[in-house]
Ligand binder design. Structure first.
Ligand SMILES: [Zn+2]
Length: 187
């Protein structure tokens, strides 16, 4: 790990434990940003709030990923959803995919936001050992620098506004392990 940033998704908890500033930014985003999607929809934002709490515990290192999947599956049970018995919404391993997508999204959003605010133009996406070489993100994102503003805009469009485009983004799919970090001289 390059100091206080993760090189891939599985290093995110360690990076957040070491980097107070980044962890605070992640938690602020978890508490405030929209998370469009049918699993979290209801009439009073109760499900959204439950999920914000689970992600906050995860970001604070109080629970691990596996526990976050379990809590999500139990507390956001399909039987209490507007979309109960919709097996496209609640397909196999839905809770794991939801946690992984949003935890990655908030980590990357926080890093990109800090870089943007610091006026940094480029970030770096390291190669992730956990990603298939054939995946789109490995081929189009990993191992090179990218403009911070472009990745940030695509992330917000997809994950905050729910406007999905085919452009390669970070995270690029629910099991995406690619993350952004500040670029260094050797990148
Ligand atoms: Zn990926």
């Amino acid at each position: 790990m390059s100091n206080q940033y993760a090189e891939n998704f599985f290093e995110v908890p360690t990076a957040l434990a070491a980097n107070d500033n980044l962890r605070h930014t992640v938690i602020k985003l978890i508490e405030s940003e929209p998370m469009p999607g049918k699993v979290l929809e209801d009439d009073n934002e109760n499900r959204l709030q439950i999920f914000r709490n689970i992600l906050t515990e995860l970001a604070n290192g109080k629970i691990c990923l596996a526990t976050a999947y379990q809590w999500t599956e139990v507390e956001l049970s399909m039987h209490t959803s507007l979309y109960r018995f919709n097996f496209q919404v609640f397909s196999d391993r839905w809770a794991e995919r939801l946690v992984r997508t949003q935890f990655s999204r908030f980590y990357n959003q926080a890093v990109l936001k800090q870089l943007l605010e610091a006026g940094v133009e480029n970030c770096f996406v390291p190669h992730s050992d956990a990603e298939k070489l054939s995946s789109t993100c490995t081929q189009q994102l990993a191992g090179r620098q990218h403009p911070v503003a472009a990745l940030y805009t695509r992330l917000i469009d997809s994950y905050s506004k729910g406007k999905w485009s085919r452009e390669t983004k970070i995270p690029n799919h629910p099991y995406c392990t690619d993350v952004v970090r500040p670029a260094s001289e050797s990148d």
